[in-house]
Design a protein around this ligand. Structure first.
Ligand SMILES: CC(C)(COP(=O)(O)OP(=O)(O)OC[C@H]1O[C@@H](n2cnc3c(N)ncnc32)[C@H](O)[C@@H]1OP(=O)(O)O)[C@@H](O)C(=O)NCCC(=O)NCCS
Length: 176
């Protein structure tokens, strides 16, 4: 766990110009707290201790404003800047090195059957403040989702998506 905290804290220090020291990140960043407790709650969820896992995730939500369902699969080096109002649903999957800001939802559309209901977010994606990504869709690697976009369809890799409903406005061909 110590190794996990240091690795995630170093990632935040690298990505956030406002962070001045590892000490500050460890003690002040809700992202780190939320990921730490998600690791615990996910272990409980996998071992079918569903209620206990939810108690941990709901207490974490109270402290950080970040609600990650214990069923959600989270990769390495996720950075949730500011935290408040973030919701990551039970069947969501987040790849490595993803950054998201406050107010992001990885949610369901509502009324889906009991299968995968939430998005898959591939590696290196940036999700702007207030963006909602809804349904069992896939956000391709390296994509940027603009602040306040509402994304309802699959997005190809290295795209930029803005608006409601979210539309691809460019694909960064230099990276592909
Ligand atoms: C979308 C975003 C990633 C910019 O991507 P980009 O590839 O650099 O795109 P550009 O800045 O060149 O903008 C391209 C077009 O999209 C528009 N646009 C940019 N962001 C937008 C948004 N969030 N919603 C709607 N339109 C947006 C621009 O006005 C521009 O339109 P134009 O071509 O008609 O002039 C960025 O604007 C954004 O929303 N980042 C989120 C950052 C954030 O949430 N910060 C919170 C910090 S607390």
């Amino acid at each position: 766990m110590f190794k996990f905290i240091i690795e995630e804290a170093k990632n935040i220090l690298e990505k956030d110009p406002a962070a001045k020291s590892l000490f500050e990140v460890v003690f002040c960043y809700p992202s780190l707290k939320a990921l730490f407790y998600h690791k615990l709650s996910r272990k409980l969820y996998i071992n079918k201790k569903y209620t206990l896992s939810r108690i941990i995730s709901q207490r974490t939500r109270k402290k950080t404003g970040i609600e990650i369902h214990p069923g959600a699969k989270i990769g390495r080096n996720l950075f949730i800047d500011h935290g408040m109002g973030v919701v990551i649903g039970e069947t969501a999957e987040v790849g490595n090195n993803v950054t998201m800001y406050h107010g992001v939802t990885l949610g369901g559309i509502g009324g889906e059957p009991d299968t995968r209901r939430h998005p898959i977010v591939e590696d290196d994606v940036m999700i702007g403040a207030g963006a909602k990504i809804l349904g069992p869709i896939t956000i391709g690697k390296g994509t940027k989702i603009g602040a306040n976009a509402v994304v309802l369809k699959d997005v190809p890799p290295y795209a930029t998506v803005v608006g409601i409903p979210g539309k691809v406005i460019k694909i960064n061909k230099n990276i592909i």
